[in-house]
Design a protein around this ligand. Structure first.
Ligand SMILES: [Zn+2]
Length: 752
């Protein structure tokens, strides 16, 4: 140390013997030593003394070392003081935990004098050097430095002019959605990663593009063991997303954004003629993981995910764009073509990670489009060329789903048990459907996540009133409860939530499903196999002989199934099922149209719940606004009532869409005696039933439940209107006026 005053070291340990030993070693080496025998004492001492380095015992009664360190890190005055943990635990997790808190290093007990002195000296040097570097950044020198800074970047392989070039490179990426070119060309270096969500690509992809463009290595993961300690202060690393790596020959840093000129200029100062500066690229997440307790380090396996663009490049080389469709090589089924396997796995894993429900792989005239359905909305995630890739791609998926590869003219259905193909611990199935289109075969895969948790009924968006109604009826010992709505309206989710509520060891619950979407403990589930004759009808018949209390039939779509279902409901079983009708009243007429006697329907029916899923507004970015008169009328609020609505904006938390997650809207019809009588009269229309349900049972229609959710700011009016339309029978239920203290129905009628 060159400094005139002796460096001051604060030593904190509850064990006096250790404390004395450390003190002695440091004193004899010329340091000034301050001691504290507890975490609290240490914090008190810091109010009067500012040490140059802190040695901190990790395990202490009361305020332990981790807690002391995290408090120091929150204080700007002590933020940059290097902290070395002294610990008797030599676990990887402890090291990770220490670094997560911003520690510079750690020493394990029993303490070796030499190690102690070496580490202390080394960190003091880093700290001093760092302070020097930091002061270098004064504005006076800024002008001077400009030209030499350019030189510095050049030797690190980077120039300021590289960034515009990079933007051009980015705008030419095949996988980018159209219309994003302008956004890319206006990009600022610091906004590099905020672009990811706008483009619908991952941060990983951005990092890979940066690496590819600058011809720098990309690091998939930064293991804690690779990080060099005591080179840069941890808080600086965290803020600037950079980590020094251990590397014999070079001065190596891994960073996320090499277009951060200030950072580069600083790193450049670590270079010497013998130690050349060397950069690697990774996405911010991988650097931050190091500070989050290094969870990453222990879980990383050899099978790390691969960027899709890399695989695509490999495939492009293999499948030249020559329109030579006769070639059998194009089939890809004859050989185990590695990149293709990786590509398909990656497409599926990415979709799963994004929370997608479906994957669409579509051949177009000049390219292949991959779209994911997330929160009910499809979006483009990849574009591939050449288009001829579709054949091997579909062939691979067909192999995985046990389908006939040679049959390309007829639609086929199959299933992929994904855990057979992935080494990354995913366990879910995919339902696969292929269909011949004019440009080739299209594949749609539905992700069936059997492990996904069944949500409690209370989380599904039921209004208080509807929840009470529903819960009351689900306890009924027998009868029929139906959930209706189009595919993807959350019917099975609700049914399972309901089953979960009524499930006890005393009841026997049997289900027959196609496919089994959720696996529930304590419930007997059967998968339908039409090809061998195991239909809903047949399963139901066998169930009646298995003494069930509650039966769930996946779907009622024909007269035969409907008849047995009603028979079961009338003979002491609670029967749950789904139908593809649009609203609750038309479900009754659908049964009658199928040829079921009206009195059979009216006597078995307990409840019909029609439902849809609306996108929830993102809580992080939803925007308040005052509705105009049209919107007031839509949500049914008169002119004197003050009301604030919310609309979608978009932020990084919601991938720029303004929505995150979904919420159910419900229309619950519980027939009363008058309605049963009406159903028994032949020829009742669904419109008449709807009017009756609203007037006599105060039913909330889908429209009004959606508008209530918009009024409450759970969703937007726009999203509500995209899913429900108001018809002439959609009058507002009475309870809504009473409960919300709104004006009478008269207003409603005069406004409409
Ligand atoms: Zn948002």
């Amino acid at each position: 140390m060159e400094s005139q005053t002796k460096p001051r070291i604060l030593c904190v340990d509850d064990d006096r013997v250790t404390l004395r030993a450390i003190e002695r070693s440091l004193l004899t080496s010329g340091y000034m030593v301050i001691t504290a025998d507890s975490g609290n004492r240490a914090l008190q001492t810091l109010q009067s003394v500012k040490p140059d380095l802190i040695l901190l015992d990790a395990m202490m009664p009361g305020l332990d070392g981790y807690e002391v360190c995290s408090r120091l890190r929150q204080n700007p005055e002590f933020n940059s003081i290097p902290v070395i943990f002294v610990t008797s635990l030599e676990q990887k997790e402890d090291k990770a935990k220490a670094f997560a808190l911003g520690a510079a290093d750690y020493i394990t007990k029993p303490i070796q004098k030499e190690t102690l002195l070496n580490k202390v000296a080394s960190h003091l040097e880093t700290h001093a050097r760092w302070k020097e570097l930091d002061q270098d950044e004064g504005p006076a020198k800024q002008v001077d430095l400009q030209p030499s800074a350019e030189v510095a970047h050049r030797s690190a392989g980077l120039l300021r002019s590289d960034f515009p070039q990079f933007r051009l490179f980015l705008s030419k990426q095949a996988a980018l959605p159209p219309g994003k070119q302008d956004r890319i060309l206006a990009l600022n270096p610091k906004d590099l990663y905020s672009l990811a969500s706008e483009l619908g690509v991952s941060d990983e992809q951005i990092a890979k593009w940066v690496a590819e463009f600058l011809q720098l290595p990309y690091l998939q993961n930064v293991g804690a063991e690779k990080v060099a300690l005591g080179v840069l202060p941890p808080p600086f690393c965290k803020t600037n997303l950079v980590l020094p790596l251990t590397d014999e020959q070079k001065r190596t840093f891994v960073l996320s954004n090499p277009f951060n000129w200030e950072l580069l200029r600083l790193l450049k100062k670590y270079e010497s003629p013998t130690n050349l500066l060397h950069l690697c690229i990774t996405e911010p997440r991988n650097i931050l993981a190091f500070f989050k307790g290094g969870v990453q380090g222990t879980q990383q396996t050899t099978a790390a995910p691969v960027a899709i663009s890399d695989i695509e490049k490999k495939l492009r080389e293999r499948y030249q764009p020559a329109e030579d469709t006769s070639s059998t090589v194009l089939d890809g089924s004859t050989e185990e073509s590695e990149p293709l396997i990786v590509l398909v796995n990656q497409l599926i894993e990415n979709a799963y990670s994004m929370g997608a429900s479906d994957i669409h792989i579509e051949p177009w005239e000049n390219e292949i489009l991959v779209r994911y359905r997330v929160d009910g909305v499809l979006r483009i995630v990849n574009r591939f060329t050449p288009r001829t890739l579709i054949r091997p791609l579909v062939a691979r998926i067909k192999i995985m789903s046990d389908l006939d590869i040679s049959e390309r003219r007829l639609p086929q259905d199959g299933r992929i048990i994904f855990k057979k193909y992935t080494s990354r611990g995913f366990d879910f199935d995919l339902r696969v459907a292929t269909a011949p289109m004019n440009h080739g075969e299209k594949v749609v895969m539905r992700i069936l996540d059997k492990q996904k948790a069944v949500m409690p009924l209370t989380n599904l968006g039921f209004s208080t009133r509807n929840l009470t109604l529903y819960r009351d009826k689900i306890e009924t010992p027998y009868g029929m409860i139906l959930h209706v709505g189009p595919t993807g309206s959350g019917k099975s989710m609700t049914l399972y939530a309901a089953l979960n509520e009524v499930q006890t060891p005393e009841v026997n619950i049997q289900t027959c499903e196609d496919p089994i979407e959720y696996t529930l403990a304590g419930i007997n589930q059967m998968q339908i196999h039409r090809e061998i004759g195991l239909t809903f009808q047949r399963a139901l018949r066998s169930y009646l002989r298995q003494d069930p209390d509650i039966i769930l039939v996946g779907e009622i779509r024909d007269k035969e199934t409907a008849e047995i279902a009603i028979e079961a409901a009338l003979t002491g079983h609670l029967l749950l099922s789904t139908l593809h009708t649009n609203d609750a009243p038309s479900t009754v007429t659908r049964f009658i149209e199928m040829g079921i006697e009206p009195f059979m329907v009216s006597s078995s029916l307990v409840l019909i719940c029609a439902q849809r899923l609306l996108r929830r507004l993102c809580k992080e970015c939803k925007e308040e606004y005052a509705p105009n008169s049209d919107e007031r009328q839509l949500i049914g609020v008169d002119y004197d009532t003050e009301v604030t609505l919310h609309r979608a904006k978009g932020c990084s938390a919601c991938n720029g869409t303004g929505y995150k997650g979904r919420v159910g809207i419900h229309e619950i019809l519980v027939p009363d005696d008058a309605m049963r009588k009406a159903i028994n009269q032949h020829g009742i229309t669904s419109e008449a039933l709807k009017r009756m349900a609203i007037e006599t049972t105060d039913m909330t229609t889908l429209y009004w439940d959606a508008m209530e959710k918009a009024r409450q700011g759970i969703t937007s009016v726009e999203e509500a209107l995209a899913n429900v339309r108001r018809d002439e029978f959609d009058s507002r239920p009475r309870w809504m006026f009473e409960e919300l203290g709104l004006r009478s129905r008269q207003y409603e009628k005069s406004a409409a």
